[in-house]
Design a protein around this ligand. Structure first.
Ligand SMILES: Cc1cc2nc3c(=O)[nH]c(=O)nc-3n(C[C@H](O)[C@H](O)[C@H](O)COP(=O)(O)O)c2cc1C
Length: 148
C-alpha cells in the first residue's frame, strides 16, 4: 500500500478543507494517508518513509507571492525534506482576482523539482474551498492515485 503525506498551510480553512477532501478520496482509493498542518510539521526529513508528498497552501501577497505563514518556513526548507526521488503534487486555494492565483502550486512544483522530486499530477488550483470545486479535487486525487 502506498504511503502518502498531505501537508498544508491554511489561514481561514479553505486549503485545509481541500487537504481533508484529498485525504478522504485517496483513502477511499486504498492509500495510507497522513495529514499534517504545516504549523506542526518539522521540515527536516519530512518526506522520509512516504512514497508521495502532496503539499498545499494559500497565498496572501498583493503584488508579490507571499505564502501562507505556516507554510512559508517549510517552503524555505524544501532541500531538507528528503524529496529526491519522491512523488510530489501541489494544491492551493486562492482568489483569481489576485495577480498570482494559487501561486503556491508554482512554488511547490519548482522547489520539489529542484530537489529531484517527480511531479505526478498537474497542480490543483481551487477558487475557495473544497465545496467549490468537487470535480477538480476528484480529478486531482484520481491522477495522484494512478501515479502511486
Ligand atoms: C491581502 C490578501 C492577499 C491575497 N493574495 C492572494 C494571492 O496572491 N493569490 C491568490 O490566489 N489568493 C490570494 N488571496 C486570497 C486567499 O489566498 C484566499 O482567500 C484563500 O482561499 C485562503 O485560503 P486559506 O483559508 O487556506 O488560507 C489573498 C487574500 C487577501 C485578503
Amino acid at each position: 500500500m502506498s504511503k502518502v503525506l498531505v501537508v498544508y498551510g491554511s489561514t481561514t480553512g479553505n486549503t485545509e478543507s481541500i487537504a481533508a477532501k484529498i485525504v478522504s478520496l485517496l483513502e477511499a482509493k486504498g492509500a495510507e494517508v497522513v495529514l499534517k498542518n504545516a504549523a506542526d510539521a518539522d521540515p527536516a526529513g519530512l518526506a522520509d518513509g512516504y512514497d508521495a508528498v502532496l503539499m498545499g497552501a494559500s497565498c496572501w501577497g498583493d503584488d508579490e507571492i507571499e505564502l501562507q505563514e505556516d507554510f512559508a518556513p517549510l517552503a524555505e526548507r524544501f532541500a531538507d525534506m528528503g524529496l529526491a526521488g519522491k512523488k510530489v503534487a501541489a494544491f492551493a486555494s486562492g482568489d483569481s482576482s489576485y495577480q498570482h492565483f494559487c501561486a503556491a502550486v508554482d512554488v511547490v512544483e519548482a522547489g520539489a523539482k529542484d530537489c529531484g522530486a517527480e511531479i505526478i499530477a498537474s497542480g490543483l488550483r481551487v477558487e475557495g474551498g473544497a465545496s467549490d470545486a468537487p470535480d477538480d479535487i476528484e480529478a486531482f486525487a484520481e491522477a495522484v492515485a494512478k501515479a502511486l
